[in-house]
Design a protein around this ligand. Structure first.
Ligand code: UT7
Length: 329
């Protein structure tokens, strides 16, 4: 009996309306549009409205993905939400999403925390559920509301990130199209390099921890930069090797959108020109786990990422956790 493989049946994304430009940031911290663009490639990012929650953004993206896949929320067998900015530590954001999109009250729903690699971790899990027959339709959402965990006085982080959500419906493939492989990895030697140190069991929230901004993102950018170039390149090569693909076979690389210079390094090391990298970071900044599904959905809706094309995705973030996946889209 042949083992079924999985395919992305539909995608959707949502970004909040409010756009925050580099010029506006110039008025808040000691930075410049020139520095941000030349060091990262980012020009603007979207910021959630007051009262808008992570699960609101996730649900909007999920509804659009369900519509694109042509299925109902009640058809879902599993909901996976990848986020490091949940609505609250308990319960999972996935449970809020289940309720907001009208999925079945018995549909298993849980969050995963793999930072910027979260969507690829989610795809890996969804693929395994579909292959084993444990689920027919899986919703995978990558969503972040990073503006709520930014230190808006820290120019080394606040210029980099944005809010948004992207979603995919993963189901069984009935043909050539589908996920060819997923590779996921983590290296706990980098736990100090990218953290939200406060608010957990190590440093529970106190008036003083909040005053010191311990509940906001702290990053040693250079550590993450170097780890990203090295590991994204290796994971991308592993994905190609596993599927006997050459760099010429890849129509699109849809990478995690953190920094144009990181992607330049990956392009050079893997040997795929930047013209085949699908990029939108100049308009969204780094939306962590949401960046790949937002880019995928934009590419699909723009008619640029087409059925049957070979698409490589790769991401690295806090942990560090990283991964890659290849699909015949
Ligand atoms: O999503 C996964 C997680 N994140 C990432 O992938 C991000 C990975 N890291 C990076 O993208 C880069 O390391 C950054 C964009 C964060 C920083 O770029 P860099 O080339 O590594 O710059 P740097 O940290 O070495 O800083 C260079 C200079 C410093 O000044 P001095 O010490 O040379 O005088 C910084 O203080 O730039 C300064 N600087 C800024 N200047 C203006 C740092 N941030 C800013 C800023 N505006 N926003």
């Amino acid at each position: 009996m042949s083992v079924p493989h999985s395919r992305i049946l539909g995608t959707g994304h949502y970004v909040p309306e409010r756009v925050l430009t580099n010029q506006e940031l110039e008025a808040k911290v000691d930075t410049s549009d020139e520095w941000i663009v030349s060091r990262t490639g980012i020009r603007e990012r979207h910021i959630a409205a007051e009262g808008e929650a992570t699960s609101d953004m996730a649900s909007e993206a999920a509804k659009r993905a369900l519509a694109a896949a042509g299925i109902e929320a009640t058809d879902l067998d599993l909901i996976i939400v990848a986020t490091v900015t949940p609505d609250m530590p308990l319960p999972s954001t996935a449970c809020f999403v289940q309720s907001k999109i009208g999925a079945r009250r018995d549909c298993p729903s849980f969050d995963i925390a793999a930072a910027c690699a979260g969507f690829i971790y989610g795809l890996d899990l969804a693929d395994k559920f579909v292959r084993t027959g444990a689920a027919k339709y899986v919703l995978v959402v990558g969503v972040e509301l990073l503006s709520r965990v930014m230190n808006w006085d820290d120019r080394t982080t606040c210029v980099l990130f944005g809010d948004g959500a992207g979603a995919a419906i993963v189901g069984a493939s009935d043909g050539e199209r589908g996920l060819l492989s997923t590779h996921i990895y983590a290296d706990g030697g980098f736990t100090q390099s990218l953290q939200i140190p406060g608010g957990g069991s190590v440093e529970p929230a106190t008036a003083s921890s909040v005053a010191q901004g311990r509940h906001t993102v702290h990053m040693i950018g250079k550590d993450i930069f170097k780890a990203a170039v090295k590991n994204l390149s290796a994971a991308s090569k592993a994905a190609l090797e596993q599927n006997d693909l050459t760099t010429d076979d890849v129509d699109w690389v849809v990478p995690h959108q953190a920094n144009l210079r990181i992607l330049g390094g990956v392009s050079e090391r893997v040997g795929i020109p930047m013209s085949r990298f699908y990029l939108n970071l100049e308009r969204y900044g780094n939306t962590s786990s949401a960046s790949i599904p937002i880019a995928l959905d934009e590419g699909v809706r723009a008619g640029e990422i087409k059925p049957g094309q070979t698409v490589l995705v790769c991401a690295l973030g806090g942990g560090v956790a990283w991964g890659s996946a290849v699909m015949r889209f």
